[in-house]
Structures are given as C-alpha cells and as structure tokens.
Design a protein around this ligand. Structure first.
Ligand code: UDP
Length: 366
C-alpha cells in the first residue's frame, strides 16, 4: 500500500513512525525546507537549542504518548515555569499563593489564600472564569485582578478578541493555582528532547519505508498515485476555500542575542500589560546550556494573512467551529483523505494531543 502524508509536522511524523513497521510505503511531502512544522528547532553557534517558531515545552499525562516518543529521544527533565510582569513585579503564572503574597498586603494575601483553600481543592487549578463566580469578596477581587492583570490584555494581544468571544477551552488554559507549585504544567511527564525536537523527528522517519520530500507542494493530482492520503495542511486550503477562509492567528518573532550569560530569570516571561509583544523566551534554559551569550525571542501576535505569514493558532469560537464543520462534512465524502493536526482538524492541539490523535489513527488504519 502506498500512503501519502502531506505536511511533515508532529502529527504526520508520529503517524509515519507508528506505521513504519508495516508493509506500507510512506511518502511525506512538505512545502517548507525542513521537517517538524512549527516544532522545528536547531542548535545555533552558541550550542543553544533554538525553537524556530517559539518556545515548545513537551508535557503530557498520557503514558502511551510519552513511551512512544521515548523510542526516539531521551529527555532533559525540564520543568516549565513562567513569570509575568504585573505591577512592576515578576510573579509566577499561573497565579498561585506565591504570586498572591508577592503582590498583596500580608493580611489580605492571607485571607485570599484561606478562602481559596476553603472553596477549592488544594494543589488544583481553578479556571479564572470559575473563580469569578465565587461569592467571597476577597476571591471576587482576586478574580477581577487576575482577569485584568494577567488575562484580559494578554488575550487581546494574542487573539485580537475579548476573552468572552473565545471558546472556554482557550481561556481555561490560564487558571489560578490553589497552592505553591510554581510550575506552568503539573503533567506527570515533562521534558525537552535531549538532542532537540528535530533530531527526534529525524529518528522517527529514519526507515526504509519512509521517504520525506522537502520543498514539495501538494497537488490534488498526487492523490491518484496513492491508496490513501493523510493531510495535515489547512482543511480550508484543501477545499480551495470554497466556504471561505478559516481564521488563524499568526506570530512574529524577533530573535536577539545578548552578550551576557542570562537575559531573564527563567525561560519564559509574559508581558500581559506592557509592550506589543506577549512574551520573551530565553532558550538556554530548556537544556540548561552554558554559554556567554543569551538568545531570546520577542513574540508578537499578528493576524494570519494568506501568503504573508504562517498559521499558528486556529481561532476557536462558535462561528469558526461552524465554518469548520462545513469543511468536515465535505471531507467525509472523500474516503481517500484523512485530515489531522492543528490545521487539518482546526483544533488547538498541544503537541501531546497531536501525537495521541496520530497513535489512534495508526490503530484504526492498521
Ligand atoms: N494567557 C493569558 N495570560 C498569560 C498566559 C496566557 O491571558 O499570561 C491566555 C491567552 O489567551 C493565551 C492562552 O491563555 O493565548 C493560552 O496560553 P498558553 O501559554 O497555554 O499558550 P501557548 O503557549 O499555546 O501559546
């Protein structure tokens, strides 16, 4: 059987890697000059692992996904922490007891912490929109504060819409944490591939049954040559935008090198209220690389414009989901093509979710 995979991002690479032992011939085509999609990384002249499309931190609770990827890489046991500049101070995000104590007078902080502990479970996340519903005046104040200082302006910069106009799945990504754990993720498995993402991807497709063709555009006439196609490009593009374009957000990165050992206190610092960028990522932290230079990226959200920049995030809301459903209906009539990935499924997948989807697909295809 001959399979065509369009797009050499995490989704198709994981799928290829999980199907490769079978009697299948897999051709992966990729329009860019490298594999890995937006997870592509490289080591620069300082031996620092640069994530070319912004910081990527692998985290999952899915043991299958972790074991699957661990065939292709060892992991640096990195645990992600994010700080945000709020009222002139760098505080842990998600907002937790430490952030509260840093920003509020002692007695007030104490009351808030007690109230959080009495209303919510310890060491758990509470979505900010849920905290807003609390009857306790201190927690209402806290909710408004976090909403305003962490959430509202970051979200406006990032998405160019008000939080209410986004799916709660997106807004639910920034909770308040009931405890002192400063980590951004509490997932059981977290890490950065020890030799980088791209090296891991190379190993995933290193097999005589898999051929990767870079700088290769997809053309519908290719479908005739294959028994099945896995398409991880944009589903609206596949159908020539017949129902209109699915909206996306894009990003622009300014990479800067400073001749000093460290630029900031940790790998990612968010700037919800200041500047036009949302965050600065400093790359040496991910693999704890020692260097006299610090390499950082300033991250500027921008509109996705076809032909001008790349798609990064589907903008998930009711209207866009309806538009996607129309494409999905259309897709169902073509049994020869399976859509997957952030762009094929129009879903805000984290890396592990993309891999989990591919492992499921591999099972049904086997
Ligand atoms: N967010 C926010 N303030 C922050 C961090 C995140 O309001 O300090 C919101 C924002 O809407 C963002 C979403 O939460 O798009 C998801 O953030 P996350 O860091 O998970 O996004 P990613 O790393 O996928 O861009």
């Amino acid at each position: 059987m001959n399979l065509l995979m369009v797009g050499a991002g995490f989704s198709n690479l994981a799928l290829a890697a999980s199907l490769k032992k079978q009697e299948l011939k897999i051709t992966v085509i990729e329009r860019r000059g490298q594999i890995g999609g937006n997870c592509f990384d490289y080591f620069d002249e300082n031996s620092i692992d640069i994530h070319a499309y912004g910081t990527h931190i692998f985290h999952t609770d899915n043991a299958n996904v972790w074991r699957f990827l661990s065939q292709f890489t060892q992991w640096y046991p990195y645990q992600h922490e994010v700080k945000a500049l709020v009222d002139g101070q760098l505080v842990p995000v998600p907002f937790n007891f430490n952030s509260i104590e840093q920003l509020f007078p002692k007695q007030m902080a104490e009351r808030m912490i007690q109230a959080l502990l009495s209303e919510f479970e310890f060491n758990r996340k509470v979505p900010i929109l849920k905290l807003r519903e609390s009857k306790n005046p201190d927690l209402q104040f806290l909710a408004e504060y976090v909403y305003e200082k962490i959430f509202l302006h970051y979200t406006e910069k990032q998405w160019d819409v008000r939080p209410e106009d986004l799916d709660p799945l997106v807004t639910g990504r920034v909770p308040v944490f009931v405890g002192r754990d400063n980590r951004y993720f509490q997932a059981k498995y977290q890490g950065i591939p020890l030799e980088g993402y791209t090296r891991m991807f190379d190993k995933m497709v290193d097999h005589p049954n898999i051929e990767v063709r870079l700088n290769t555009e997809f053309d519908k006439s290719m479908l005739d040559e294959y028994d099945h196609c896995f398409f991880s490009g944009a589903i609206d593009e596949f159908f020539d935008y017949k129902f209109g374009q699915l909206p996306y957000r894009s990003l622009r990165f300014d990479f800067l090198t400073f001749n000093r050992p460290y630029f900031q206190s940790n790998s990612v610092v968010n700037y919800p209220n200041n500047y036009d960028f949302t965050r600065i990522g400093e790359y040496k932290y991910f693999l704890d690389t020692k260097s006299d230079n610090a390499v950082v990226s300033y991250e500027y959200p921008e509109a996705f414009v076809l032909g001008k920049n790349e798609r990064y995030y589907p903008i998930i809301n009711e209207e866009n989901k309806r538009l996607y459903e129309r494409y999905l209906e259309e897709a169902k009539s073509n049994k020869k093509v399976t859509f997957l990935g952030r762009l094929g499924d129009y879903k805000y997948y984290d890396m592990d979710q993309a891999v989990a989807r591919s492992l499921e697909l591999a099972k049904t295809f086997a």
